[in-house]
Design a protein around this ligand. Structure first.
Ligand SMILES: [Fe+2]
Ligand SMILES: [Fe+2]
Length: 270
């Protein structure tokens, strides 16, 4: 049997400019329909590399793609599990999201449910960091809210959007203190920018404030390591609170379908 090519390019095979930048996000794969084995390159998205040593390597990567045995990644990346033709919310949790963000979302929803909270709150907790899990961390409340807006109650999307700003501001009367994790993440002297302050103040005066505040209260990082939570534990709540499109997420022609497709094929060059 012919030896399968490695999915990694060895460091010494990388052009020096890329090697020095630590840019080793290359994939070498035979294309199923290719006569010759060809490498596939992943061009990292601008949002991931701006301000990092990988910035500015579009040039060398583009030059690499001129080699006849090298192509840019398009379509299924063999390093990721294949998604079904009509993906559901569950498929993204199980086939795309890494264990830590997935568990964070599931545990938050579990705590909310154990606290006897409304299904809308449990659903918001289950989704609140979905952008961190699959898309982008910066502005994750806003990305996440947009991503799910066509499929959930308006109040759920609102709560997801606002949790990002409300996380920075304690509300002891509601039972919410400043997260100790944020002291680790940002230092004890971190002060959120003005636009976040304004967002939080406006959210506080909104009629749905408590819904978003409850997302922050159940947004905890210290979970019982002995408790495992499955996405399917919430299938009833998801069934009642998430309008799964028949054509599959990414293919329903909604204004956010492209965002789901970006999570299906995150390494597409274009
Ligand atoms: Fe968050
Ligand atoms: Fe969170």
């Amino acid at each position: 049997m012919a030896e399968q090519p490695s999915t990694r390019v060895l460091p010494h095979e990388l052009p020096a400019a890329l090697r020095e930048a630590g840019l080793d996000n290359w994939i070498r794969e035979p294309l199923d329909d290719a006569v010759d084995r060809r490498r596939r390159i992943i061009m990292p998205p601008a949002a991931a590399v701006l301000g990092t040593p990988a910035r500015g390597h579009q040039g060398p990567l583009l030059a690499e793609a001129k080699h006849p045995d090298t192509l840019f990644m398009m379509g299924d990346n063999p390093a990721l599990p294949a998604m079904p033709e009509r993906p559901t919310l569950r498929d993204f949790y199980l086939l795309r999201f890494d264990p830590i963000p997935r568990m964070h979302l599931l545990q938050s929803a579990r705590v909310a449910r154990e606290n006897g909270l409304d299904e809308k709150v449990v659903m918001a907790c289950l989704l609140h960091d979905i952008a961190i899990a699959g898309l982008l961390s910066a502005n994750h409340g806003y990305w996440g809210a947009q991503l799910v807006a066509p499929y959930v109650d308006e109040e759920v999307a609102w709560a997801i959007e606002k949790h990002e700003a409300l996380r920075y501001f304690p509300d002891e009367a509601a039972g919410y203190s400043y997260p100790s994790a944020y002291i680790d993440y940002f230092g004890p002297d971190y002060s959120p920018p003005e636009y976040i302050r304004r967002e939080a103040e406006a959210a506080r005066r909104h009629r749905w404030y408590l819904t978003s505040r409850l997302v922050t209260i159940n947004d905890i990082y210290s979970f019982d390591p002995n408790v495992t939570v499955d996405f399917d534990d919430f299938s009833d709540i998801v069934g009642r609170n998430f309008r799964q499109p028949e054509e599959g997420l990414g293919f329903d022609g909604s204004p956010v379908a492209h965002m789901w497709r970006t999570m299906i094929w995150p390494n597409n060059f274009l």
